[in-house]
Each structure stands twice: as C-alpha cells, then as structure tokens.
Design a protein around this ligand. Structure first.
Ligand SMILES: [Zn+2]
Ligand SMILES: [Zn+2]
Ligand SMILES: [Zn+2]
Length: 119
C-alpha cells in the first residue's frame, strides 16, 4: 500500500482523493488505493471512453477474445505477474490491440505502470 496521507475518524483511517478532495474510507478506493476514489475513477473512464470510442471498441473486442480463448482452454491465465512475479490479481495486458491474443500477464500494479508509460 503506498504511503498516503491518512486521517482517522473514530478509529477508521481515511484517505484523500486527489481529484474530488474528499476524505474517504479504503473501500471507496479501488484495490491498491489509487489517488482517485472509485467515483472519480469511474468518471474518468467514462470520459476516456467517450473521447476514444474506436480504441474502446478494440479493447473490448480483445478482452472478449482472451476470455473466450481461456474458456476454450486454448489459453491459461497464469497466477504470477510476468514482471514482478507477484500473485495478486493478474490482468492480461495487450501491447498491441491489433493482436488480440498476444497478451502479457501482469499484476494490477505492473499493469497500471505500463499504462502510465503508454499514456
Ligand atoms: Zn474522488
Ligand atoms: Zn507485477
Ligand atoms: Zn493493459
């Protein structure tokens, strides 16, 4: 868990959302306690989707292709991250959405890093 400014209300730690500047409990943030709360994250994703409809459609298609390949047993979701070897939630990252079945399996943290670089 990253170092975060915390405040305690009645013994419960609160974390500040950098976007809406509200102090919220951990369950109001996505896993890993990002800088934005769930609500702000959702809004940001929605805005991105509206701004990049083609890319979003491609992503959805790729994610569907992976899901189907796993279902058919052609692919296996590993239990470890390809980058740090961590075994939290593993996500399939597409370095190139033109190759829907080529994915790198990364944990939440490494995946977020990749997207920071790419963005
Ligand atoms: Zn917020
Ligand atoms: Zn990792
Ligand atoms: Zn990705």
């Amino acid at each position: 868990m990253p170092e975060r400014a915390t405040r305690k209300y009645h013994g419960t730690p609160r974390y500040k959302c950098k976007n809406c500047r509200r102090w919220l409990t951990a369950d109001q943030f996505n896993g890993g306690l990002g800088n934005r709360c769930r609500g702000c994250d959702k809004g940001r994703k929605r805005a991105w989707r509206a701004a990049n409809p083609k890319r979003y459609a491609m992503m959805t298609k790729c994610h569907g292709a992976i899901r189907r390949a796993i279902k058919r047993g052609e692919m296996k979701r590993p239990t470890r991250c390809a980058e740090c070897g961590g075994g939290k939630r593993i996500l399939g990252h597409h370095p190139n959405y033109k190759q829907p079945l080529r994915v790198v399996w990364l944990c939440d943290t490494c995946h977020a890093e990749r997207h920071k670089e790419a963005a």
